[in-house]
Design a protein around this ligand. Structure first.
Ligand code: NAD
Length: 433
């Protein structure tokens, strides 16, 4: 079977590469010429463990190709996945301009029956909207189906998540569409992955509800962490005690500087707006969003309360990406915190194993360093922002020698407080006194 992926960003590229690995013939298209030129040479535009190897192998075996011409992808494919971005608008809603642009382009180039699948995270009702846009722009009467197939992969573990997902969600109206989708995902069917087959609106909502629930767990444990600091409790033990209850589960109960990334902030805001547009007030989601914004300020306060005036102080930031194993800094807490520190006239020395190139695009005025020790040189304080494995076992004596001041802010709780204090640091973490 031939399929086309429209929008070869993070999700589109992983989807295309993984379907090619399943044995399908995949044409990935993007309007970014530079991106497509690099991909044709096997150069991946972002960091994702294992993806370069997967792409090179499938290019070599002739199952994966790249083009800027959407016409080629539309004409050669039975199934078209829309995987373009749905960024946040000023009012919190998802901006559908790229998705709608693609729908018009599909309609202009359609030559035969197509199954048009939204992989992008889109508000409830988008499937119907796409049906209208495509029908209105068709040059001749050609049959097509719309499917919602939201993506749940995690950056940093994207291939594993695509190849072994917890579930595949398919929202469709027609039996033919469902049958084609099942055929596409046959390798997952064979390993007994649960399939949730439903209508388009429900599938669209499952994605937002899932991400918002994950965000809720994070904001919840962050609030509990802040309380722990006041009452002398240890948030890790609270999370453990809670998480052992199977109705709660241990995942996403790790306190920190708040959630970030390209999905949770955008999707919580979009869900809130979707509901508002339908005259429904989502009080929990409202609180989750506000708690997350507040949590970043709680971190700033933690730093200021310890160091005092920030003006003229040098602060080392270890980790810039919103989580480890990715170079994605979209809505990363590090970006917000660095901007706030800069506003208070602090100097920043930063190090991240892979995301300094991305960070430089939006934070050109900070000093990027060779490694963690270089970043610590002459600084008043060190702040661990991202829990990369290489920061878990730093040579603390060496860090201490490099630093000018004694402050160690472990915003991901990756160190044993006692161990760090014994080295002569003033140690601060989240939710552990
Ligand atoms: P991205 O910004 O990395 O990629 C989007 C790509 O679409 C870009 O390369 C852009 O050039 C391309 N594009 C835009 N308009 C186009 C057009 N008209 N024709 C062809 N290409 C076009 O975005 P992403 O992170 O891959 O996210 C895509 C969607 O998937 C979003 O809706 C997002 O919410 C959702 N999603 C993302 C993740 C994630 O972890 N990144 C996970 C699940 C779902």
């Amino acid at each position: 079977m031939h399929i086309g992926i429209i929008g070869t960003g993070y999700v589109g590229l992983v989807t295309g590469a993984c379907f090619a690995e399943f044995g399908l013939f995949v044409t990935c298209t993007d309007k970014d010429e530079e991106k497509i030129r690099s991909l044709k040479k096997g150069v991946i535009p972002f960091y994702e463990p294992g993806l370069d190897e997967l792409i090179r192998r499938n290019i070599k075996q002739g199952r994966l190709n790249f083009t800027t011409q959407i016409k080629k992808a539309v004409e050669s494919s039975l199934v078209l996945f829309i995987a373009v971005g749905t960024p946040r608008r000023g009012d919190g809603s998802a901006n559908l301009k790229y998705v709608e642009e693609v729908a018009r382009e599909i309609a202009e180039n359609i030559n035969d029956y197509k199954l048009i699948v939204t992989k992008s995270t889109v508000p409830v009702g988008t499937g119907e909207k796409l049906r209208e846009i495509i029908s209105k722009n068709l040059k001749e009467q050609i049959d097509f189906d719309i499917v919602s197939n939201p993506e749940f992969l995690r950056e940093g573990a994207a291939i594993e998540d695509f190849m072994r997902p917890n579930r595949v969600v398919i929202g469709a109206k027609s039996q033919q569409a469902i049958a084609i989708m099942k055929d596409l995902y046959k390798p997952l069917y064979l390993i007994e992955t649960p399939f949730v087959i439903t209508n388009i609106e429900t599938a669209e909502l499952i994605k937002y509800a899932s991400n918002s629930f994950l965000a809720t767990k994070i904001s919840f444990i962050n609030e509990i962490a802040n309380l722990c600091e006041r009452v002398g409790a240890d948030v890790h033990m609270v999370a453990k005690g809670m998480g052992l209850d199977q109705r709660i589960g241990p995942k996403f109960l790790h306190p920190g500087p708040g959630y970030g990334g390209s999905c949770l902030p955008k999707d919580t805001n979009a869900l809130f707006k979707i509901a508002e547009d339908h005259d429904v007030y989502l009080g929990i989601i409202d609180a989750v969003i506000k708690t997350n914004e507040k949590q970043r300020e709680v971190m700033i306060k933690k730093i200021k309360d310890a160091i005092g005036v920030l003006k003229g102080k040098t602060i080392t930031i270890l980790g810039l990406s919103f989580k480890p194993n990715t170079d994605d800094i979209r809505e990363a807490p590090s970006v917000y915190i660095i901007q706030r520190l800069l506003k208070e006239k602090a100097h920043i020395r930063a190090y991240d194993p892979v995301s300094m190139g991305e960070a430089y695009k939006i934070l050109p005025g900070i000093k990027y360093c060779k490694n963690a020790y270089d970043a610590a040189k002459g600084a008043d304080a060190i702040v661990i922002m991202t829990e990369w494995n290489q920061f878990r076992n730093l040579d603390l004596d060496r860090i201490k020698r490099q630093l000018k001041g004694p402050y160690f802010f472990d915003l991901r709780n990756i160190y044993e407080p006692q161990k760090v204090k014994e080295k002569g640091f003033k140690y601060f973490c989240v939710g552990r006194t």
